[in-house]
Unconditional design. Structure first.
Lengths: 322, 310
């Protein structure tokens, strides 16, 4: 699996090459003057790429070195002597990663489920069922994309702490702090995304109505139409949204830190890492700390390697439209 | 049959009873599917948007009891030195990021796009890898690289060139540029990859026609490539601007807004007002100022996105 991903990286993609070309034409590329230019540019890009990658390399190989070697200069590319893989294991345990990995995954899962549920049902209705007042609804949903996150920070927090209408009931269930210190405070606000509804509505609208009509003639209900026709046809865009959702959950920092103030054991990984950040003092802790940081970077990297093509395709799809 | 396209007889004037009944049932079904979104949006999006306006004119206690205070919150923030420091820092950072961080990914994308496919994919991967790292990870990594004495990695590089070590994040004048370095390292690849996708969509026929007319490389770039990228570049400019104005994670993790508020940004100001000073009202007022400032950009952005694909 890993090898095919690597091979996919380097494989020529004939479909892309036949319809696109770069500024230089084939004939020009063969011109010796341009070849020199090509290699100059290539070397420049290579040097820049190595500089960009070096901190990453340093992050992953640092914990493998003895603490003294780690802080010595000039930095070594690979640990002298045997690499200390144990540092990663120590970090994994001392940071209590199992707990925080579990938290992050559960938070990401809940977020994804709610996000998908909310966005797909709404987009299906807007695109295929066409309710009365559709322009108003579209405006209501899409306009939310224009509200800055910072502006919503305090109002959302207060809403989560004191949900309107539901406050008495929630007080009964959760105590005076509403949804604070529960994962619902993360799941529920994350499920409302104007972007998701926008993208999905766009995609659903492009599904030819022939499918819809055919299903209708066969007597399918709206719900079956939704589950058995629209959703299966939407796998590409759903994959993009899923990857975005997961990446977003994995990275999330400010909001979880805000709404889980007193329950350290419920924190996701990034909040936990931040909480540990002050243990940078002794050099022994430094390699372990770096290992902890590196471990937190691994899942998104693995995901990227596996889903590189979908991610890039998703970026160009969502990027070129927004 | 549940089709919404119910044919009505041309001759009769009134719609039949069953027509309306079918319309109502149909709409009920459509709205049933919308219920989850409507309910959750109402609670966690539309209501907070309304509150972002009302809270700015209220004082809120820790127990979330509210009272109207008119313009007092605004009078406070416009008299608060830190408010202006936050805006100054944020605008300085945004200027740096746009001046140096906006064009560079375009240039890199253009250059990388000229490479042979294997090299192109390689560079795309190399420049994009830092983007995949979570912001907290990037910040903690660079916190270590910026170690303010001789042992730090970046100071080692300086030492290699015979320059003395710098205090980076501990230096009031260097802290904000250091944060800019961190965010550019972790973000430029994302822009580059977008531009590369945009470049891939440029039809070959345009270039061929230009060659027939004898255009050289620079002319081709100026008259074909850049105009084709214009929309994408505009979108990227707006979205980068909006994100830069709201920068939080990197300055917070690296310096908590210090040293001496040198890296205090708008969002950090709001965060501190609300959750350290327990001043939800003034924090909302500050948030509203941000909304007002960004509104022109955010609205343009949404209009552009929604119009482009229709």
């Amino acid at each position: 699996m890993g090898m095919s991903a690597v091979r996919a990286l380097f494989r020529r993609r004939p479909e892309a090459d036949s319809t696109m070309r770069s500024v230089l034409s084939e004939k020009e590329r063969r011109d010796p003057a341009y070849q020199v230019l090509y290699w100059v540019v290539f070397l420049f890009l290579l040097a820049l790429a190595l500089t960009t990658l070096f901190p990453l390399w340093w992050m992953f190989t640092g914990p493998l070195k003895a603490p003294l070697e780690f802080i010595s200069l000039p930095p070594t590319l690979w640990p002298r002597g045997t690499p200390r893989w144990k540092t990663y294991l120590d970090a994994w345990n001392s940071v209590s990663y199992p707990l925080y990995f579990r938290n992050t995954i559960l938070i990401a899962l809940g977020t994804w489920i709610l996000e998908m549920f909310v966005a797909t049902t709404a987009a299906f209705s807007l695109a295929k069922l066409k309710p009365a007042g559709k322009p108003v609804l579209l405006a209501l949903f899409f306009s939310t994309m224009a509200v800055p996150g910072t502006t919503l920070l305090v109002p959302r927090f207060i809403t989560v702490a004191r949900p309107p209408l539901f406050s008495p009931l929630l007080q009964h269930l959760f105590g005076a702090r509403g949804l604070i210190d529960t994962w619902w405070a993360i799941w529920l606000p994350a499920s409302v995304s104007g972007f998701n509804i926008f993208l999905l509505t766009l995609f659903f609208e492009r599904i030819p109505d022939d499918y819809v009509d055919a299903a209708r003639i066969d007597g399918a209900s709206a719900w079956r139409l939704f589950l058995q026709i629209i959703l299966p046809l939407s796998r590409p865009i759903l994959a993009v949204l899923t990857i975005n959702s997961f990446m977003g959950s994995w990275q999330s920092f400010l909001w979880p830190m805000l709404v889980l103030p007193s329950q350290d054991s419920k924190h996701p990984i990034m909040v936990r890492l931040y909480g540990l950040a002050d243990t940078f003092t002794a050099s022994r802790s430094a390699t372990e700390m770096l290992a902890a940081i590196a471990i937190a970077a691994i899942p998104p990297l693995i995901l990227f390697v596996i889903f590189q093509r979908q991610i890039v395709r998703g970026i160009s799809q969502t990027g070129l439209t927004g | 049959m549940h089709s919404s396209d119910v044919a009505t007889p041309i001759m009769s004037e009134a719609r039949s009873h069953t027509y309306w009944r079918r319309r109502i049932i149909h709409n009920a079904r459509a709205y049933a599917f919308l219920l989850p979104a409507l309910f959750l949006f109402a609670m966690f999006m539309w209501w907070p948007v309304v509150e972002s306006f009302t809270l700015a004119f209220q004082a809120v206690t820790l127990r979330f009891e509210r009272s109207w205070v008119g313009l007092a919150n605004f009078r406070f923030i416009f008299g608060d030195k830190l408010f202006f420091i936050a805006w100054r820092n944020t605008l300085r950072y945004t200027a740096m990021a746009i001046l140096f961080g906006y064009i560079v990914p375009v240039v890199l994308a253009l250059a990388a796009n000229e490479m042979r496919p294997w090299a192109r994919d390689l560079f795309r991967l190399a420049y994009y890898l830092p983007v995949i790292l979570p912001a907290v990870v990037t910040s903690l990594l660079w916190k270590w690289i910026f170690y303010p004495a001789e042992g730090g990695l970046l100071n080692a590089v300086l030492g290699f060139f015979g320059m003395p070590p710098l205090r980076w994040l501990n230096d009031q004048r260097l802290a904000l540029p250091s944060i800019w370095i961190t965010t550019t390292w972790g973000g430029a690849g994302g822009a580059m990859i977008m531009y590369m996708a945009g470049l891939a969509d440029i039809p070959a026929s345009l270039y061929e026609a230009a060659e027939i007319d004898g255009a050289n490389i620079w002319q081709r770039i100026w008259y074909i490539t850049l105009p084709q990228l214009r929309f994408l570049m505009l979108m990227m400019l707006i979205s980068q601007f909006i994100n830069n104005i709201q920068l939080f994670t990197q300055p917070w993790v690296l310096t908590q807004g210090g040293p001496n508020n040198a890296t205090l940004t708008n969002t950090i100001y709001v965060y501190r007002q609300a959750f350290f000073n327990a001043q939800y009202g003034t924090a909302s007022a500050a948030g509203l100022v941000i909304f007002a400032f960004l509104s022109i950009f955010s609205i343009s952005y949404v209009v552009l996105i929604t119009r482009r694909v229709k």
